[in-house]
Design a protein around this ligand. Sequence first.
Ligand SMILES: *[C@@H]1O[C@H](CO)[C@@H](O)[C@H](O)[C@H]1NC(C)=O
Ligand SMILES: *[C@@H]1O[C@H](CO)[C@@H](O)[C@H](O)[C@H]1NC(C)=O
Ligand SMILES: *[C@@H]1O[C@H](CO)[C@@H](O)[C@H](O)[C@H]1NC(C)=O
Length: 467
Amino acid sequence: MRNVIQSVLLLAALMSKTGAVEVVYAQLGETATLKSPGGVNLQNEYVYWHFEKEDGLQLAWRNNMGGSGTASAEPWKDRLSLSDASLIIKDVQQNDFGTFLLKGTGVTRLTTYKLLKLTVSVNPLSPLLPGDSLSLFCNAQTLPGHKDPKIQWLNPSGEKIKTSQGSLTVRATSQDNGQWTCVVTYDKKENKATVSVTVLDLSPAPLHPQYTSKSWPLTVPCSIPAHISWDQLKAKDIQDVRWHFVPESGFSPQSLFSLSLADPLTWKADQDRGLRPVTDPKKKNLSLTRNRGTEEDEGDYVCALGFKNGVTLNRTVHVKVLQIISSPGTELISGQQLNLTCSLGHPLPSDLQLKWFPPEQSSLSSPTSDRDLAHLTIPEVGKGDGGKWRCELWQSNARLTSAEITLKIEPKMSSWMLVVICSVTVIVILLLILVFILYRRRQQKMTHLRRRLCKCKTPKPKGFYRT
Ligand SMILES: *[C@@H]1O[C@H](CO)[C@@H](O)[C@H](O)[C@H]1NC(C)=O
Ligand SMILES: *[C@@H]1O[C@H](CO)[C@@H](O)[C@H](O)[C@H]1NC(C)=O
Ligand SMILES: *[C@@H]1O[C@H](CO)[C@@H](O)[C@H](O)[C@H]1NC(C)=O
């Protein structure tokens, strides 16, 4: 088998001597590699690289002892190197496109290479908005008398796009942002050239809703990607940057914030709902935040950039609120039945789990983890069930949010307590009656005394005052 392969390679090598040409494509300014014929052992040979003709300018040489050298005169100075017997040309110049010959003293007598020009371009070069026209060109120089190469474009996702002779015009979408690759195939060998395209957009919204609760922060993310600058957005006539809130409850949308685009960029609050921007808008982070969530935070938050030509770039962030509901309430008397519900207000998605953390002394052992434990029922609450109950929302190994509720449990009144309370009441009533009686008595006595005193105060005139 090995012999067969060697024979085939030998044949190939011999054929290359008889006129077959290796075609290599390169872009101006890029690096080209002229690979020595694969599989042929050139270790024990002297090899020489020449330009244009067999006896043309010697570009590089290598001997069987590992010694080597490259042309040091202009225009080749510092641009050539050898890797094994392959020739590497850096910063390809217009005059480099031509014929290269590899001469060996052994099996590889002579291999001819054609370095051909590959040109790719994009129009316009400046960043695009979705909907703008995007043109890509890929041109491959052809060899007179040889077949044309096959030209294809790959979009940034790596999908093949149909072209007519390497030209392509599309309406830009966000998916067109990134590196486009032109693939030129000749003799089953692929040559690639890339161009980068910038389509302005916001960073992707989170795949999952943002979860919050009354004891958890709320952050609504939105940002401009690192590769896009405010100057690029301004160059495309950005007109407004806004946050809206569409409540879950079906009330009409509210405008939360708008950004004043005059220098310096500043947020203006319309109806801030206690939210605030996380940072200076110059930093391209447009996220909103609050230390704690509220029940009314549930809904969709829309971050939107509006442009003069009517294009709107927007991202929607869904916010869900985790709540614990206690029935019949948070103040209970021991012995009462208690139902606790921890929920997002709708059935839990299957990839999320709830975990309960009852107070330490609770009759319920902790922590419990079960999808069906959105509802907890305690038939008779005890003193130990008082305190902080926590319910956490988890997605595999990440805690998304947690909610808390504090329960107050009053002891149940026992019969002896009732007796004590009744006795005290009776005693108090009796005491009140006694005080009343004593008061009346004292009043009667006073009246009596006063009457007697009155008789003295109006004495009858006595005879011995007369004169
Ligand atoms: C924006 O700020 C928030 C809060 O500080 C942070 O969590 C987030 O990672 C930031 N986003 C970017 C893209 O920097
Ligand atoms: C968000 O953008 C889409 C197009 O991507 C557009 O159809 C929609 O009207 C925009 N929504 C808002 C609220 O601007
Ligand atoms: C607790 O829930 C059960 C059934 O889920 C119900 O029958 C009972 O009335 C509830 N008790 C309270 C105090 O809400």
